[in-house]
Structure formats: structure tokens, C-alpha cells
Ligand binder design. Structure first.
Ligand code: DSN
Length: 523
């Protein structure tokens, strides 16, 4: 380096000095104008960006180059509050998680800017050279993550999330009014599996298709496969859906397949809740028995909010005369996604799927999934030891359903008091509940807590907090009477109750803040 300097002649040296002076003045101007992106007001520290932001000279410079905290302080205040809520509280909503830094980086990348309707190599927009590569990489990694042979399975990584993915499956496989059978929503199914009530068709899947639910046994909480088989013989569905949003046991995909075959139906598995556990090989895989599998990518899989549909390829069956009957799912599903239901794929989300699927093949990911289940089992045992009834008397997965009927508190009251002490969960119907509007249980999950690093000994503490919160809800209810509105009023006005809630909330928040959230650098 010194040699290079000494070899410069006098004129050259002056030129370098001038350049440095100009650069220094320019940097100062940029700092003065507030365009340098290196102060992070949320954490009160400097952050380092790989690129320096030079403000263009035209009039939009300010809008285009400001950080969100400068561009929109009102919005940023709310973002900070939400971030603080996430850090302070215990996130026990079974479908939520904290995704990784690399996923968040994909989501806020330049990939967001690009339109790419169509499939890789066949787009309706130019400039998709790299977007094609990214989508193909996401497809390949999605198949790898679930050990799928590309000769037998393909996938579409464009669905915006789980509900659009499921609607695309029905659109691709059914005519209008085609018949589906899914687990009833109050029994632990999902809205998109055909939910309707006596008075109203709720989900579009029950408006545009004909749906007949199957149920769990109200005594045991386990899926009643015999009843499903009996009703399927009468209803003759074209699709049977194996999937749940609140069911803590492994599904019997083999039995589902038998019932589908008895009726010439497709078996469509929606593994959204458990796809991380499937990728880690911890629970039975739906792929062995299904024709189509869908998943969201943000639950146990811990990726972006997005969806993937997997479909079988190759030979579906052999006719009596020996003719091979081939699957035609690839084109039907791809065309249902686009142009059937969606427009441009969200390429930032597709990149995030790609990096999620890479993570899903690592030993670290398998260890994470094991810990999710260990934590859920510990949570279940801890609550049972304290006398709480758990639906199906246990869990095989990442979630459990607490049946509060014998405890004497509704799910809505339990959800409310836990929220007030900074524990987030869902009220949920339990098997046998008459009304979904007034459910008798709460659903608890461990994926998000496990991402923050909680292990079994920490779950003991969580059980303690939940128990204290629920015991307190009994005191509140004794004062308020049965109505939720009165329960909330007492929580807001009774000074003694308010003090107990505040003290418990502080305990929960002090505990929670010990555990880091990934992607802390991103808002
Ligand atoms: N809404 C999600 C859940 O909470 O289970 C499923 O999509």
C-alpha cells in the first residue's frame, strides 16, 4: 500500500486529496440531511448497512430514502409497541412463530418489486431471469425438505397463504358444487375445509362447493373414522380432507386413504400446523397416502406467511385392461393458482420459502422440532398435574386443547385474563361444545416459545403463570357473574383485581424478556 502511495506523482497526490475532500463534504451533507441509515432509534444504537444511501437530487428524495421511523413516526410508534408486546409476552398461539433473520431479510428485499405472473420459463413479464431461478430453487428445496422424489411429486410455491392454497386445490380438482368432507371447525378443523352453520354458509369453500363435515368422538376427542367412512359412502365426496387447526393427535393417513379409495375420492392433506414436525420426521407423513398436500410456511415450519401445494405426478392407477391412468394434477393445480385465483406471485415470499426449506433440512431444525414436542408434552403434563382436563388426555404434536368445562371458566374469559397477563392464546371449542361463539376451551402451542429458547424447565414456570392467571379468572368471575362484558368491566375497575393482574403481568414480562427473538434487527 505504502509503495503505491509513494509512487504517485505530486499532481496525482493532489487529485486524491481533492477527491477525499469532496467525498468528506458529501458525506457531511448526507448526514446533515438525515439520509444516512445508521442510527437505530428503537434500540438506541448505530447499525451498519452494506450500502450507503445517496439522496438523489429530485424532489422525491426524502420520501424514497427515509427510514420508516423518520418517514412515518406515527406508524413506527405502533410498530415499536407491537415489537415490545412480542418481546414482553409469552406467545402461545399454536399457529404463530418467530421467523428467522434470513426470512425477514428476504421479505424486505428487492424481490418484492418484481411481477412474474406465470411459471418459471413461461412468464407474462420480462426481466424474470433471476426470479425464475429463485422459484425453481424454492420448488426443489420444498421437495427436498419432505424427501419427495421429483418424478412422483411436484409443487407450487406461489399461493399467498394457506387459505388461497386450499381454495386453489378445490378449484383445480372440483367442478362448482363438487363435494368435500373435512373435519368440522368446532371439532378442530379449519374454516377452509368447508365450514358452514345451520343458518349460514360461512367459508367460501361451503358456498361454492358442497361440504359435509366429519366429527370427533365427543367423549374421547379423537376423530371418529368409522362415522366418516359411513357418511362418505352416502355423500360420495370427490375430496376428503385430512387436516386440522386444533387437534393434538397424529392423523391416521392410512385410514383416510382407505376411506377415500372406497369412494373414488382424492385424499387432500392440509398439514399446515404440523409441516415442521413432518419435515423433521417426528410424526407420520401425509405424503405416503395423499394425492395432494398443502401447507402454510409460517407455523411449525417457521418461514414466511405463505403457502405451498404439493401434487402427485405419474401413474395414479392401473385400469382393469392394464392401461395406466396418469395423474393430471400438475396443470390443474398450477392453473387454479394462476390465472385461476391469483395474480403476480409474491417473489419476496417465495425466496423466503426457499431459505426456510433449506433450514428445514438441518440438524438444528430437527432439534428445534423435537423441543417443540417435548415442551408441548411438558406443558400438557404440568397442567394435568394441576387438575386441568386436556382434550384427548394428551398431545403428540405442538399444541394442546385445555377443556375448561369442569374448571368453570369459559374459553373467552380464560383468553382474556391470559392476555391481560401477557400470555397470548386462543379461545377454542372443545368436543361437544354447542356454540362456537361461546367456546369452553383454550388452545395452547409451543412453537414460538421454543424458538425463543424455552425448554422443559422454563415450561414449568409457564404452567405456573397460566395456572395463576386461570385461578385469578375464577375470582374475577365470582365478582362479575357469567357475562364476559361484566368480567371485562371488573378487570378494568376493581382495584384489588387490577393490582393482582398487574403484579402477575410484571412477573410474566420479566420472565419473557430473558428470551431473545430472532430477527431483532428488523422491525
Ligand atoms: N388460523 C390458523 C390457526 O390459527 O390455526 C390456521 O390457518
Amino acid at each position: 500500500m505504502a509503495g503505491n502511495w509513494s509512487s504517485l506523482n505530486r499532481r496525482g497526490l493532489q487529485l486524491v486529496e481533492n477527491l477525499l475532500r469532496v467525498r468528506k463534504r458529501r458525506m457531511k451533507n448526507i448526514i446533515d440531511e438525515g439520509h444516512v441509515l445508521n442510527y437505530d432509534p428503537l434500540h438506541g444504537r448505530n447499525i451498519h448497512h452494506s450500502t450507503t444511501c445517496y439522496a438523489p437530487k429530485h424532489s422525491m428524495a426524502g420520501i424514497l430514502h427515509k427510514n420508516v421511523w423518520d418517514a412515518d413516526p406515527e406508524l413506527f410508534e405502533l410498530m415499536k409497541k407491537e415489537k415490545n408486546r412480542q418481546e414482553s409476552g409469552l406467545e402461545m398461539i399454536a399457529s404463530e412463530n418467530f421467523t428467522s433473520l434470513s426470512v425477514l431479510q428476504c421479505l424486505s428485499s428487492c424481490l418484492h418489486n418484481k411481477y412474474s405472473e406465470g411459471m418459471p420459463g413461461q412468464r407474462y413479464y420480462g426481466g424474470n431471469e433471476y426470479i425464475d431461478e429463485i422459484e425453481l430453487l424454492a420448488q426443489k428445496r420444498a421437495l427436498d425438505a419432505f424427501n419427495l422424489d421429483p418424478a412422483k411429486w411436484g409443487c407450487n410455491v406461489q399461493p399467498y397463504s394457506g387459505s388461497p392454497a386450499n381454495f386453489a386445490v378445490y378449484t383445480g380438482l372440483l367442478e362448482p358444487h363438487g363435494r368435500i368432507m373435512g373435519l368440522d371447525l368446532p371439532d378442530g378443523g379449519h374454516l377452509t375445509h368447508g365450514f358452514f352453520t345451520a343458518n349460514k354458509k360461512i367459508s367460501a369453500t361451503s358456498i361454492f362447493f358442497e361440504s359435509m363435515p366429519y366429527k370427533v368422538n365427543p367423549e374421547t376427542g379423537f376423530i371418529d373414522y368409522d362415522e366418516l367412512a359411513k357418511n362418505a359412502k352416502l355423500f360420495k365426496p370427490k375430496i376428503i380432507i385430512a387436516g386440522v387447526s386444533c387437534y393434538s393427535r397424529c392423523l391416521n393417513y392410512k385410514r383416510f386413504r382407505e376411506i377415500a379409495d372406497e369412494n373414488g375420492a382424492y385424499l387432500f392433506s392440509d398439514m399446515a400446523h404440523v409441516s415442521g414436525l413432518v419435515a423433521a420426521g417426528l410424526i407420520p407423513s401425509p405424503f405416503e397416502f395423499s394425492d395432494v398436500v398443502s401447507t402454510t410456511t409460517h407455523k411449525t415450519l417457521r418461514g414466511p406467511r405463505a403457502g405451498v401445494i404439493f401434487f402427485r405426478k405419474g401413474v395414479r392407477s392401473i385400469a382393469k385392461d392394464g392401461t395406466k391412468i396418469m395423474y393430471d394434477l400438475e396443470s390443474r393445480i398450477n392453473q387454479a393458482v394462476f390465472p385461476g385465483l391469483q395474480g403476480g406471485p409474491h417473489n419476496h415470499a417465495i425466496a423466503a420459502i426457499a431459505t426456510t426449506m433449506k433450514q428445514a433440512t438441518t440438524p438444528e431444525f430437527v432439534a428445534y422440532q423435537k423441543q417443540i414436542v417435548a415442551n408441548a408434552k411438558k406443558l400438557c403434563a404440568g397442567l394435568q398435574e394441576r387438575g386441568y382436563k386436556i382434550s384427548t388426555d394428551g398431545t403428540d404434536v405442538h399444541m394442546l386443547l385445555v377443556d375448561l368445562r369442569s374448571f368453570g371458566i369459559t374459553g373467552s374469559k380464560a383468553e382474556k385474563i391470559l392476555e391481560d397477563i401477557s400470555i397470548a392464546c386462543n379461545k377454542n371449542t372443545v368436543p361437544g361444545d354447542k356454540s362456537a361463539l361461546n367456546p369452553s376451551g383454550i388452545r395452547l402451542g409451543t412453537p414460538a416459545l421454543t424458538t425463543r429458547g424455552l425448554v422443559e424447565k422454563d415450561i414449568d414456570k409457564v404452567v405456573d403463570f397460566i395456572d395463576k392467571g386461570l385461578q385469578l379468572s375464577k375470582k374475577v368471575s365470582a365478582i362479575s357473574g357469567p357475562k364476559l362484558v361484566d368480567f371485562k368491566r371488573v378487570l378494568n375497575t376493581d382495584e384489588n383485581i387490577k393490582a393482582q393482574v398487574a403484579s402477575l403481568r410484571e412477573e410474566v414480562e420479566t420472565f419473557s424478556k430473558q428470551f431473545q427473538i430472532p430477527g431483532h434487527e428488523i422491525y
